[in-house]
Write a protein that binds this ligand. Structure first.
Ligand code: EPU
Length: 436
């Protein structure tokens, strides 16, 4: 696989005036990873289109390889379109996801549902991933237990079994989620498609990436109703087959938001190709309150910046609310807006760590518990800063676009987890961002 040549771990960012031009977003990381896991559910050759070249995809490919699956990338297209991912799933799986991989990427836990469904057992190391807040998997385990799986924690691994031996099957059930967890919905959905009888998931996550997974599973022969709603009904089938043709991953709304935030900060007018307004409704509302003009065009979203951003209050909520992933971009924009904005984080407790870095760049932000009070200043000031996680890392790069002098963002390996080429994308819009 490989995400290309190994890179240095810093970005140098200098302000370079308003942005202009067109940039394309690739397929969504948080869909691609689950679609890859879904390929475990049927023996045969699967093909995914638009899977970005990002580190998390490489890690998921390693997870699948450890399970006995072959993952290959076809050559990239002439215009840089990533080659399709071809995933060959054998009849027999080695149902385990080892520590070295799960530790690198929390999302590896989504192999748990498919493995229990296919192999009646699974050994998955307890997940690590982004270091924000306490991120347990109790909702996943509760859901899978409702379908008949049994779990024990042994030497740091979750050992799951379906009682009844190798050919045992999960049994459909009504699962009520305490919280609409995105990956727990993916996991239970993928377990339920091969269970005996009907499963109902109440309070399911409604993200466009979940709907994308449902579409893929249906194309593989699954019977699912309610995609995009909080009430999913899954009638288990005996077996699935590879989808009828290559499945194109839904566009990445967080990458799209990154580009729109960039133009909001640096000024100018851009087109974000493939971005879908209907996947970003609440965010677009907020951005328009901040003064951005955003229009859906056939080719994507056109975004134009105001002379100065207006301050607004923001609270993160599960989809369709304003996603927690957008928050670092919003806080960065509020840092240079014309008033005071209050930002409340309702999902992940530790997700304000980048605020210290923004303060080093001259931002006036006070945090208390889940809330941040952001008082806009005219301009930030370039400084060496450290990316604490994927989205915050991208936000610090954006901050550099409106900071006097030079900003050097280090630890950008976090950014590589979810952006194919953030510096290149921003450069194509006229920004001065280089990897050093
Ligand atoms: N939660 C539990 N127990 C669980 C699962 C979740 O308490 O069993 C809590 C979490 O601790 C958190 C909240 O529920 O407070 C939200 O978690 P959720 O499960 O919805 O998030 P996730 O599925 O782990 C996905 C994305 C995240 C994105 C969130 C919210 C993937 C691989 N990750 O995480 O994306 O922030 O949904 O939309 O799909 C990223 O792309 O960098 C990223 C972190």
């Amino acid at each position: 696989m490989g995400a290309g040549p190994s890179h240095s771990d810093r970005f140098l960012v200098r302000p370079n005036g308003p942005l202009g031009g067109t940039v394309r977003v690739g397929g969504a990381k948080n869909s691609a990873l689950k679609l890859m896991a879904a390929c475990l559910l049927a023996e045969g050759r699967h093909e995914l289109a638009g899977v970005p070249h990002i580190v998390d995809v490489d890690i998921m490919a390693e997870v699948l390889t450890a399970i006995g699956v072959r993952v290959e990338r076809r050559p990239d297209g002439p215009s840089g379109e990533p080659g399709n991912l071809v995933i060959d799933t054998p009849a027999e799986l080695a149902p385990r996801a080892p520590y070295e991989l799960v530790e690198k990427m929390r999302a590896s836990v989504v192999v748990l549902g498919p493995l229990l469904a296919r192999a009646a057992r699974a050994s998955v190391s307890l997940p690590g991933g982004d270091d924000f807040g306490n991120r347990p998997i109790d909702i996943h385990l509760h859901g899978l237990s409702s379908l008949g799986a049994e779990f024990a924690t042994v030497h740091g691994n979750i050992e799951g079994t379906v009682p009844g031996g190798r050919d045992a099957r999960l049994v459909g059930s009504r699962v009520v989620f305490e919280y609409p967890s995105h990956t727990a919905t993916d996991n239970v959905l993928m377990a339920a498609v091969l269970a005996k009888g009907t499963t109902v998931i109440e309070n399911a996550a409604r993200e466009p990436e979940v709907a994308d997974l449902v579409a893929f599973l249906v194309d593989m022969g699954a019977r699912i109703r309610g995609a995009g709603t909080s009430h999913l009904v899954i009638e288990g089938v005996e077996e699935l087959h590879p989808a009828s043709g290559p499945h194109r991953v839904v566009p990445d709304r967080v990458v799209a938001a990154t580009m729109i935030a960039a133009v909001g900060l640096a000024g100018g007018e851009i087109v974000v190709e493939d971005a879908r307004a209907d996947h970003m409704d609440m965010l677009l509302h907020k951005l328009s309150d901040m003064g951005l003009e955003i229009q859906q065009r056939p080719e994507g979203l056109e975004a134009r910046a105001p002379a100065r951003l207006h301050s607004v209050d923001v609270a993160t909520l599960p989809y369709p609310g304003v996603a927690t992933d957008y928050k670092p971009f919003l806080v960065t924009m509020l840092s240079v807006a014309d008033g005071v904005g209050i930002v409340s984080e309702n999902l992940f407790s530790g997700r304000f760590r980048y605020v210290d870095e923004l303060r080093r760049m001259g931002a006036d932000i006070r945090t208390q518990g889940h809330h941040a009070v952001v008082r806009g200043v005219r301009r930030l000031s370039g400084a060496p800063v450290r990316a604490p996680d994927l989205r915050a890392g991208a936000a610090l790069v954006l901050a550099g676009l409106v900071a006097e002098g030079e900003t050097v963002v280090s630890d950008v390996h976090h950014v590589d987890r979810g952006y194919q080429d953030l510096a290149g994308s921003l450069r194509s819009l006229g920004a001065d961002v280089t990897r050093i």
